[in-house]
Design a protein around this ligand. Structure first.
Ligand code: SAM
Ligand code: SF4
Length: 338
């Protein structure tokens, strides 16, 4: 059985962007009330008393936008200083990184993923739902700040959406040629903005579709520069490739075109304390925050989580076996903790 030792911790569900594929402008979301967010102390208690004793040692902070959380640097510092933490990383949209990159590094963070779907400010603003002064410059400056500070590997997450940014596949891949950056293409999932997904897929022509399979992205990149499998292997679901001679690498996360449930090593903790074994279905989720606040013994919580760990392989395959990967999901990535 796969070792499940990786916890993705959502710090809040709010965001300063409105990405079309995640939580577009106009979406009615029931945001978690401030008093319902797990506090820093509760997160640390859950790690120390529940997850670490069960073997979890890799943690990723995400959201919503984790850089909006006022106590982020302290959270990083406390998790980084737990002796059992083997890996701590963060996923962000990068907009607030210019001011925070150095502080996060000093607090002990060494790995960061920044989402960047376009190198063109207009396209970028269109995707993130920005109507004012462009936000691309500040996001790019945040990426460069993280690079300067020493985040290594610096990873960029890209979601390619046909008709929005599919003309930039080569430009985004080319970022890895001169710099030791890792650009990861994530297939667009019908989670969050299911309407965009179905609109794209049913525009009228038979060729219309909402997402581009990783294999096709690889073909396009290979026909320009060639492509070889990288010696650098991640510990996650990405297949890692490299443009020959490039300093950086390319990752492909193919959750739509390929089932990698058998490689899944993770669980998700939502910002309001729900533990979710699988991104794509709600089976087995439990409310750890309410249990903690009502005085449950952490040992009992640990026993419950241990039970879920045993069920996880079965829970993972539930979605695959139901064949409904392209169904619609009521919670967005920002709510679950992408
Ligand atoms: N706000 C941060 C960010 O954007 O990096 C962290 C949270 S965001 C939910 C985490 C990742 O999920 C981002 O890289 C984003 O591109 C990805 N994501 C969100 N909705 C998605 C969808 N429907 N399909 C594929 N990836 C998605
Ligand atoms: Fe915000 Fe990240 Fe979702 Fe974009 S993908 S809306 S930045 S949470």
């Amino acid at each position: 059985m796969n070792t499940i030792d990786y916890l993705r911790i959502s710090l809040l569900d709010r965001c300063n962007f409105r990405c079309q594929y995640c939580m577009p402008e106009g979406t009615e979301l029931d945001y978690i009330l401030r008093q319902d967010l797990l506090t820093r102390a509760e997160i640390i208690t859950l790690l120390k008393e529940v997850f670490i004793p069960l073997g979890f040692c890799k943690f990723r902070l995400t959201g919503g936008e984790p850089l909006l959380r006022p106590d982020l640097v302290d959270i990083v510092s406390q998790i980084a200083s737990l002796p059992q933490t083997r890996d701590l990383s963060l996923t962000t949209n990068g907009f607030l990184l210019v001011d925070l990159a150095q502080k996060l590094y000093d607090a002990g963070l060494r790995r960061i993923n920044i989402s960047l779907d376009s190198l063109n400010p207009q396209t970028f603003d269109n995707i993130i739902g920005n109507r004012g002064r462009t936000r691309w410059d500040k996001t790019w400056a945040g990426i460069l700040a993280a690079y300067r500070v020493g985040f290594n590997p610096l990873k960029l997450n890209v979601v390619i959406i046909p008709g929005l940014n599919d003309g930039e596949i080569l430009d985004l891949a080319a970022l890895t040629i001169e710099r030791n950056w890792h650009v990861r293409f994530i297939e667009f999932m019908p989670i969050g903005n299911g309407k965009l997904f179905s609109d794209l897929a049913t525009r009228g022509s038979e060729a219309d579709r909402a997402w581009i399979p990783s294999a096709e992205l690889r073909e396009r990149i290979a026909s320009r520069w060639g492509l070889e499998e990288s010696q650098v292997k991640g510990n996650g679901p990405a297949d890692v490739w490299q443009i020959p001679g490039a300093k950086g690498t390319l990752g492909f996360i193919s959750q739509m075109s390929e089932c990698f449930c058998d490689r899944c090593n993770r669980m998700r903790l939502s910002a309001d304390g729900w533990l979710r074994p699988c991104l794509l279905n709600q089976t087995g989720q439990i409310d750890l925050k309410t249990a903690l606040r009502s005085g449950s013994d952490p040992q009992d919580l640990r026993a419950k989580v241990a039970e879920i760990l045993l069920l996880k392989p079965e829970i993972n395959y539930k979605q695959r076996d139901s064949g409904t990967l392209a169904g619609s999901y009521t919670r967005t990535m920002s709510q679950i903790g992408g």
